[in-house]
Design a protein around this ligand. Structure first.
Ligand code: NI
Length: 181
């Protein structure tokens, strides 16, 4: 039976696209190129795909690499659609915050739209937050750290059922996040 196994070629295509459009951007609070974030998110996804069965793996891997191109660069939904097809474009759009909404509503709105997408997109959001729960930038206040942790719990509660593997990894990251000082 044909599986939608991820391929090196589809990974490279999405990685190159992302590296090109995120050029010059850095991981916040560092001088490390932003593409590192995308490498980590896609690595979390590939680790999960070793365990989770029946996934559209190319959809998951490409959305992992492209999840910030609409939110953080000049790339449009239409361009993602033309290059990677509608499933990837819809996924990336759901993973993008609607910046026309008041900030406190943005996460809930995105989670609601992600839940209308296939489970692969839910997995990318969890992989993104797992990656972002590394030690926070030194200039973050305790209050900001706690709010970020609370949002991670919201993500886990909304999306955890899409992948036991990622849900348990996210839970572990949430539980140890406070210990970074
Ligand atoms: Ni991200």
């Amino acid at each position: 039976m044909t599986q939608d196994k991820w391929s090196q070629d589809s990974y490279i295509k999405a990685y190159k696209f992302a590296a090109n459009v995120h050029r010059g951007q850095m991981v916040p609070g560092t001088d490390i190129p932003y593409i590192m974030h995308l490498s980590f998110v896609s690595m979390e996804i590939i680790a999960a795909l070793n365990t989770e069965q029946g996934c559209n793996e190319n959809l998951a891997v490409q959305c992992a690499l492209l999840h910030d191109v609409v939110e953080d660069t000049d790339v449009t939904y239409q361009q993602v659609m033309d290059e990677f097809g509608s499933a990837v474009a819809e996924g990336v759009l759901a993973l993008s915050k609607d910046k026309t909404l008041p900030k406190p509503m943005q996460l809930g709105d995105s989670l609601r739209r992600i839940r209308q997408q296939p489970p692969e997109i839910w997995m990318v959001k969890m992989a993104d937050r797992i990656t972002n729960l590394q030690p926070p930038p030194s200039y973050w206040t305790k209050d900001k750290i706690e709010r970020y942790q609370a949002k991670a719990v919201e993500i886990l509660n909304a999306l955890g059922e899409a992948s036991n593997f990622l849900a348990s990894r996210l839970r572990e990251k949430i539980n140890t996040y406070n210990s970074h000082e």
